[in-house]
Design a protein around this ligand. Structure first.
Ligand code: IPE
Ligand code: IPE
Ligand code: MG
Length: 248
């Protein structure tokens, strides 16, 4: 029998997959545990998905780990998540380096505790030579934050006489977003049955295929990623054209 993995056409993989890792809290609640127990188990899913993405040949993987809105969660949960982040990055960085994974972070770092900033900047430096898989952590990130910081940069350049307002187009805007070095995601996955974007990559997802699964993030493993990729490959991406225009 053909396995799920064999059904994936390696020639037509999305270059960039973005994931909203959601459902850790509900996963923990189902087990009568604290929300942090869910986040802890969510890390196993991250490891499996990063490994599988690198193996299959996805070039960019963006994981929504913490939104700017998540700062408003109970202080103990925020502190627990930050500690988990620091410990996970510290523990995984050697393996990432060996596996050709380059770490990137996008988000409002001014909000992060110094320990997290320190750990992240070391990991960025340690993996800077890699280019097999670009792993982009969206941390203290939101789409509106990203657009706001881009508009500020653009306004400053116009004021300084470095940029004509007439020159501002979609590509110039993209080049000022936190994702400037990465292509737009072709596929966005959200776990846990919620059908919303929650302030993720608002501009960059313009033509992404959206895939929603009921699976809670701590249960999300590589076979779920494969299913999403197969679903993606069965879709017709028209970009505003008609179906007939696509098949010559
Ligand atoms: C996603 O899981 C992880 C973060 C937002 C940090 P949640 O913590 O949102 O889990 P649910 O949605 O409450 O189940
Ligand atoms: C989105 O999940 C943010 C992350 C997964 C990091 P949330 O759980 O915060 O989103 P809402 O509150 O359900 O929209
Ligand atoms: Mg949630």
């Amino acid at each position: 029998m053909e396995t799920v993995l064999q059904q994936i056409d390696r020639e037509h993989l999305p270059k960039h997959v973005a994931i909203i890792m959601d459902g850790n809290g509900r996963w923990a609640k189902e087990r009568g545990e604290d929300r942090l127990f869910g986040h802890l188990h969510g890390v196993q899913s991250v490891r499996d998905i990063v490994e599988a993405s690198a193996e299959i040949g996805i070039q960019y993987l963006t994981l929504y780990a913490f939104s700017t809105e998540n700062w408003d969660r109970p202080q103990a949960e925020v502190a627990g998540l930050m500690e988990l982040l620091v410990n996970t990055v510290r523990r995984e960085v050697d393996q990432m380096k060996k596996n050709g994974i380059r770490l990137h972070v996008i988000g409002d770092f001014s909000m992060l505790p110094p320990s997290a900033r320190q750990e992240l900047s070391e990991a960025l430096e340690m993996t800077a030579e890699n280019d097999h898989l670009h792993l982009i952590l969206a941390l203290s990130y939101s789409g509106r934050w990203d657009l706001t910081q881009a508009f500020r940069q653009l306004a400053q350049k116009v004021l300084a006489g470095e940029l004509y307002t007439e020159s501002i187009d979609a590509d110039v805007i993209s080049a000022h977003l936190a994702t400037r070095n990465f292509p737009d995601p072709e596929l966005m996955i959200r776990s846990s049955g919620e059908h919303r974007i929650s302030n993720f990559l608002l501009y960059q997802l313009a033509y992404a295929e959206l895939y929603f699964t009921e699976t809670l993030w701590p249960d999300f493993r590589r076979q779920h990623l494969y299913e999403a990729l197969i679903d993606y490959q069965q879709r017709e991406r028209r970009f505003g054209k008609t179906s007939e225009q696509l098949t010559p």
